[in-house]
Design a protein. Structure first.
Length: 313
């Protein structure tokens, strides 16, 4: 049997064969079996009936075989149809996945276009920043040149001032002018220090000597009361601030030190204070000192750094 043909072709063929085989047996019955038996004899009739019965059984066996083949073919067709439906479901799923990937690809293309625009914008800003940096560099160079010119002019003015001071000193022998480059941290700072040193020196030289008279004359004819009183207040404020020092407190100590002209830098375990921000006059304070006399030692260190004079007796 050729399984490539549709099952109904095999069915029609089997039914046709069965009809052809059954036809002689039916005609035999209709013609009248009794007359035929009488004409050819009972033996011939029996032989013919036996022969047709065997053929009928063979045909029925073929029909049953064909029926089984038809059932098997139907089962195979159903399996093929189920496989086809499964393939269709898989194909639909693949189509869905393809559509999702196409949508994702479109989103990625959109994001890529936005990133490209952002990159172009950043590149434009980078060029602008570079141009601004070049402009600033040119401005800095110009300012440096101006500063150099101003510095040269300042040096020239200083030289003129020194010459003027020398001229004044030569013109008036009773005037003493001392040139210096240190600036005052407060009004009459340097003058008050100099007069204090002269006063102490006058007490240490031989009494009634010429040098004592000159020193006393300088002290009497020069005054720095403002600087002296400021220094005295500063000393008293420092003594009062650290008199009972036990632990650093940012809110109180830092504010008071700023008022007194100190720059405060807080570290992990200690604090650094600088008088008017000058690193030469720097003192370190422990935030949690272990020594009970820490306040007194801090006061002494500050006075020694910013005054440098022993306490008057």
């Amino acid at each position: 049997m050729d399984l490539r043909k549709p099952f109904y072709v095999h069915l029609v063929t089997a039914l046709a064969a069965a009809g052809i085989a059954a036809a002689p047996l039916d005609r035999l019955s209709k013609a009248g079996g009794v007359g035929l038996v009488a004409g050819i004899g009972s033996a011939v009739a029996a032989e013919v009936a036996q022969r047709h019965g065997s053929r009928a059984r063979a045909l029925r066996s073929q029909i049953e075989g064909l029926s089984r083949q038809i059932e098997e073919l139907s089962r195979q067709i159903e399996e093929k149809e189920q496989q086809l439906r499964s393939y269709e479901n898989q194909l639909n799923e693949l189509r869905t996945q393809l559509q999702q990937r196409e949508e994702k690809l479109q989103r990625l293309e959109t994001d890529l276009a936005e990133y490209q625009k952002l990159l172009e914008q950043l590149e434009t800003e980078r060029q602008e920043w570079r141009q601004n940096a070049m402009n600033l560099s040119e401005q800095v160079q110009k300012q440096e040149q101006q500063l150099q010119g101003q510095q040269a002019e300042l040096d020239h003015l200083r030289a003129q001032l020194r010459r003027r001071i020398e001229d004044l000193a030569q013109a008036d022998t009773n005037t003493i002018v001392l040139a210096r480059s240190e600036r005052d941290f407060y009004r009459e700072e340097a003058k008050s220090f100099i007069l204090e040193i002269l006063s102490r020196a006058a007490d240490q030289v031989h009494k009634g000597s010429r040098v004592q008279h000159i020193l006393q004359d300088l002290i009497q004819n020069n005054h720095a009361n403002e600087g002296k009183s400021y220094r005295q207040r500063l000393r008293e404020d420092i003594n009062h601030l650290f008199r009972d020092y036990r632990k650093w407190c940012d809110n109180s100590y830092e504010a008071e030190l700023h008022k007194l002209g100190f720059e405060v830098v807080s570290e992990k375990n200690y604090v650094v204070i600088r008088f008017h921000g000058d690193n030469r006059y720097q003192i370190s304070l422990a935030k949690t000192p272990s020594d009970q006399r820490a306040g007194y030692e801090i006061t002494q260190n500050i006075r020694n750094k910013i005054f440098g004079l022993t306490e008057p007796t």
